[in-house]
Design a binder for this molecule. Structure first.
Ligand code: DOR
Ligand code: ZN
Length: 424
């Protein structure tokens, strides 16, 4: 099928394109870009008033299948991705069984195939995410994993982590690390500080994250591995990464909309909906995360989409699981906070959500270049809308953004030339 996307504002951050252009798609690929292209029998899609950008690449998503289908399935998670403009995602391995062998990688990919979303399961670093024995990285790589991670369960054993980095480097795979010292954070619910004191709860201190980032920097320097810090949330953490990059160490990092949009105070208003690991931090941390996005220290915006059931989230704060859904609000939160907030131009916001994560994972995605897969998101950058969790395609309703008005609405999501989401 041939599709002509007409009259939109084509923004391709990877190539510095930002212009009113028509885009012709044939057999799932971008075959022509230019002014006033002829329809020539192709189906036309009017994109006037819309931005046309590379489909978003979200390198941190919990799809929950296999094992936790009450929270989410590959199918519902991918529907949420499509609704949020995400065409490629990395699925985290904390499933049951854990994605620690080629069979589970294949299972997740097979379930994702009919959805049209390009799902890349990450492989676990240790068997069962148990932190004791390394998985077979070569076999996982052969099965197609783009990266290795034990996300959700920080790796404590330094001998094991160092060996993991050495092998990951040999195979050319990045290691995505959830940094929080487990003894310091245990199963605590909130940031350690003013709010934890007010609630009379033990907290997760910022230093628990910063110490592991520092440790990872030193190990990355020594091993030469590419280490990517997951969901960075503290100002000092950003400083450490900034300095490491200046020293030429192969460190990258990501953050999530919640860390540049919310502070720990949110827990007082929203209870378990605002419980997430690492926790929401102070206003100073939030400002430092924004500064890290502006100066390029932070390489990617990801969701850490972490669906949980209503029943789980209705438990008291100390007992409820951590995490919030994000796929259906991330673009709007980034546009509202960063673009409309005057911190970043549109192309930079889009780079953080597509070309930059694609590049750091070595994926042939995140650009509107000729010959590439026609993965696109069409959105109205200015439209105001109010988040209604009951409209989510995700099974997860655990969002602190329900009822919030934001700017920027996804209209169409196209994957390999197929429209996989259309508003209304
Ligand atoms: O809040 C979180 N939830 N952080 C993680 O690292 C894991 C995730 C989950 O799996 O629920
Ligand atoms: Zn994590």
């Amino acid at each position: 099928m041939r599709l002509l996307i007409r009259g939109g504002r084509a923004v391709d951050p990877a190539r510095g394109v930002d212009d009113t252009l028509d885009i012709l798609i044939d057999e799932g690929r971008i075959v022509q870009l230019g002014k006033h292209l002829e329809t020539d029998g192709a189906q036309a899609l009017d994109a006037s008033g819309l931005a046309v950008a590379p489909g978003l690449v979200d390198m941190h998503v919990h799809l929950r299948e296999p094992g936790f289908e009450a929270k989410e399935t590959v199918s519902t998670g991918c529907a949420a991705a499509a609704r949020g403009g995400v065409t490629t995602l990395v699925a985290m391995p904390n499933t049951r069984p854990v994605t620690d062998c080629p069979e589970i990688v294949t299972l997740v990919r097979d379930r994702a195939a009919p959805t049209g979303v390009n799902v890349l399961p990450a492989g676990a670093v240790t068997t069962g995410q148990g932190g004791r024995q390394l998985t077979d990285f070569a076999a996982l790589k052969a099965a197609g994993v783009p990266a290795l991670t034990d996300d959700g369960v920080p790796i404590q054993n330094l001998a094991l982590l160092r060996q993991a980095m050495l092998w990951a480097k040999e195979l050319g795979l990045p290691l995505l690390d959830h940094c929080e010292d487990r003894d310091m954070v245990q199963n605590f619910a909130v940031n350690e500080g003013r709010i934890s004191a007010q609630l009379g709860l033990p907290g997760r201190p910022a230093i628990a994250e910063e110490l592991q980032i520092m440790r990872d920097v030193m190990l990355a320097e020594e091993t030469g591995a590419h280490v990517h810090i997951c969901h960075i949330s503290t100002g000092k953490g950003v400083d450490i990464v900034r300095q490491a990059k200046a020293r030429g160490i192969h460190i990258t990092c990501e953050t999530c909309p919640q860390y540049f949009s919310l502070t720990e105070d949110e827990v007082l208003h929203q209870g378990t909906m605002a419980r997430v690991n690492p926790p929401l931090r102070t206003p100073a941390d939030m400002e430092a995360i924004r500064a890290g996005l502006v100066d390029g220290t932070i390489d990617a915006i990801v969701t850490d989409h972490a669906p949980h059931t209503a029943e789980e989230k209705s438990k008291p704060l100390p007992d409820a699981p951590s995490g919030m859904v994000g796929l259906e609000t991330s673009l709007a939160l980034a546009l509202t906070g960063l673009y409309h907030g005057g911190l970043l131009p549109l192309s930079r916001v889009l780079a953080l959500m597509s070309s930059s994560p694609a590049a750091l994972l070595g994926l042939d995605k995140g650009t509107l270049d000729l010959g590439r897969d026609a993965d696109l998101v069409l959105f109205d950058p200015n439209q105001e809308w109010t988040v209604d969790k009951n409209q989510f395609a995700s099974k997860g309703r655990n969002t602190p953004f329900h009822g919030r008005t934001m700017r920027g609405k996804v209209k169409y999501t196209i994957s390999r030339g197929n429209i996989i989401y259309m508003e209304g």
